[in-house]
Design a binder for this molecule. Structure first.
Ligand code: GLN
Length: 543
């Protein structure tokens, strides 16, 4: 069977949840036994989001092959089983870089290099690369909002693409907004009409419209949108704001008949009957959990939810497994240093310290971890959070005064976290990140080993600095447990405290949050939340 293509565009405003909707489409196709691929085309000029501030762009998502990508790829991986790699995310910068490299090499044989056809050809090649696993359906999401100057070449490329593959093999789904005007008490279709008008101006006629709404969309509105936008009425699909969980989105789209429209338009036959009863069970737990526990996340970017998106999702998934709702207490790490841990952290059931870069907030992270360690509060440290745990242990348990990381204190005497020898020789720091999947061997009798239930694991990394093996003996002889090691490089990947000293204390050099699904929570998050639930119950009984 030839691969069918779905292009997802967005109109009216940004932040409509296009990534989530695209992922939900992938999910519902997989639920019918179809194989999908997922891809995001981003109109910004950065080659990848690796250098972009989490404050502006949210978290940087990392794939197994070490690609630093847009966070929408996280939705794709949490909702589908599509292979996500370097071909799953292209930006304007990445496309132009490749065209300019070809031009410099003389590949264009002296012709004038232009947006059409050279850039658009490169985009079409990227779309084909995204579908190289030959799935039944390749889903490509176009970032940005229709009407932006930046996204024009992408729109032009997908128009050409559809012309090349034929009408039964390619559809356009446009996500739009029906704003509700409180003053007149009605929802408006004009922005949708205009946004579809913009699409049609460049030669794209959407096949399906998904309308984000706050209130139910009436029959008359659907009819009006259908008439003005030239989209069949049954293909005007409502996507109402969800009440309690983003995991309602896919089943709501099914209720609205989206899967039938897609099958019909692409002439696809499902391989399996659609059964989502297990998903309804999951939603039931989300809706009526047995308890609510509180987890503190002490980091540098707590103001912006998207900056720790995958971490919050991981907690949510682990919570579902324990029938627990997670109340997040977002704490600015810096404040812990200035105001004291007790004031900001007292009463929580678990403490998570996420990854990060640079000096700001690092001392606050150390103070946070010291509090978790001394108070016996379940603790999960991720990347910089693990490094801070090592520094806390070195300073306050081993008595190594001034122990720190080389990251911002290159001349400090006791760098318990520093660069690997090979990395020290490279002057360009950009090239030295340990990125993507690395193996890790777990030690017998550790918390991590019990969580994973296996000896060999693979997890994704994104960092430069490492546990300094010169201090390994000193730290372990004082009680720190090295629970996981990279077998090839002999790098410490996991540190723990023994369970007779602390109920649950784990720091990992990698990023477990990139590998979690609502129905398959990450083992470490599951263990961490389990320990927090146990603490919660104990305190309940105590009070
Ligand atoms: N800044 C640390 C390093 O580069 C940790 C990075 C992270 O937390 N992702 O090693």
């Amino acid at each position: 069977m030839t691969t069918k293509h779905i292009f997802v565009t967005g109109g009216v405003v940004s932040s409509l949840g296009k990534g989530l909707t695209a992922a939900a489409i992938g999910w519902l196709l997989e639920r019918m036994g179809l194989r999908v691929s997922m891809q995001k085309l981003d109109p910004y000029i950065n080659v990848d989001p690796g250098t972009m501030s989490p404050f502006q762009h949210g978290e940087v998502y990392v794939t197994d092959d070490g690609t630093e990508a847009d966070l929408d790829l996280g939705h794709y991986e949490r909702f589908t089983h599509a292979l996500i790699d370097r071909n799953s995310n292209f930006t304007t910068g990445k496309i132009y870089r490749s065209v300019i490299q070809k031009e410099r090499r003389g590949d264009y044989l002296g012709s004038t290099v232009q947006v059409i056809p050279h850039i658009t050809d490169e985009i079409k090649a990227a779309i084909r690369l995204g579908a190289s696993s030959q799935p039944d359906v390749a889903i490509t999401e176009i970032g940005g909002t229709i009407g932006d100057i930046e996204s024009l070449p992408f729109c032009e490329a997908i128009r050409q693409f559809s012309l090349e593959v034929g009408p039964k093999d390619c559809i356009f789904i446009h996500l739009t907004l029906l704003p509700f005007l409180r003053a007149s008490g009605e929802m408006k279709t004009k922005p949708t009409q205009q946004s579809v008008g913009k699409l049609r101006e460049i030669g794209i006629q959407p096949d399906i419209l998904i309308c984000r709404t706050e209130k139910p969309m009436t029959e008359e509105m659907a009819a009006k949108i259908s008439l003005f936008c030239n989209v069949r009425k049954e293909a005007v699909i409502e996507e109402r704001d969800v009440d309690f969980s983003i995991y309602e989105v896919p089943v709501n789209l099914i209720k609205a008949g989206l899967h039938e429209r897609i099958l019909e338009r692409l002439d696809l036959t499902p391989r399996r009957e659609l059964d989502v009863s297990d998903w309804y069970e999951l939603l039931e737990t989300v809706k009526s959990p047995e308890r609510t526990i509180e987890i503190a996340v002490a980091g540098k970017y707590v103001e912006l939810h998207d900056a720790y998106k995958s971490i919050y999702e991981s907690l949510h998934h682990a919570g579902i497994a324990h029938s627990s709702k997670i109340r997040l207490r977002k704490v600015a790490a810096e404040q812990v240093a200035s105001e004291g841990a007790e004031k900001l952290l007292a009463g929580v059931d678990g403490i998570l310290v996420p990854g990060g870069f640079g000096e700001r907030g690092f001392e606050g992270k150390i103070a946070t971890i010291r509090y978790a360690r001394e108070q016996g509060i379940p603790f999960l440290g991720i990347c910089y959070g693990m490094q801070a745990a090592v520094v806390d242990f070195a300073r306050h348990v081993c008595g190594i005064e001034g122990a720190t990381t080389a990251e911002y204190a290159p001349d400090a005497p006791h760098q318990v976290i520093n660069l690997m020898e090979e990395q020290k020789k490279v002057s360009d720091l950009g090239g030295t990140m340990r990125l993507g999947a690395f193996d890790c061997t777990l030690a017998e009798g550790t918390i991590s080993r019990a969580c994973y239930g296996t000896e060999q694991i693979s997890e994704r990394h994104r960092h430069r600095f490492e546990f300094n093996n010169d201090y390994r003996d000193q730290l372990t002889s004082n009680g720190l447990v090295v629970a996981g090691v990279n077998p090839k490089l002999d790098l410490v990947e996991i540190v723990e405290l023994p369970q007779d000293q602390h109920p649950w204390f784990v720091g990992v050099q990698f990023h477990p949050e990139y590998k979690t699904r609502p129905q398959e929570p990450h083992p470490l998050f599951r263990g961490f939340v389990g320990a927090a639930v146990a603490r919660h119950k104990e305190r309940d009984q105590g009070s």
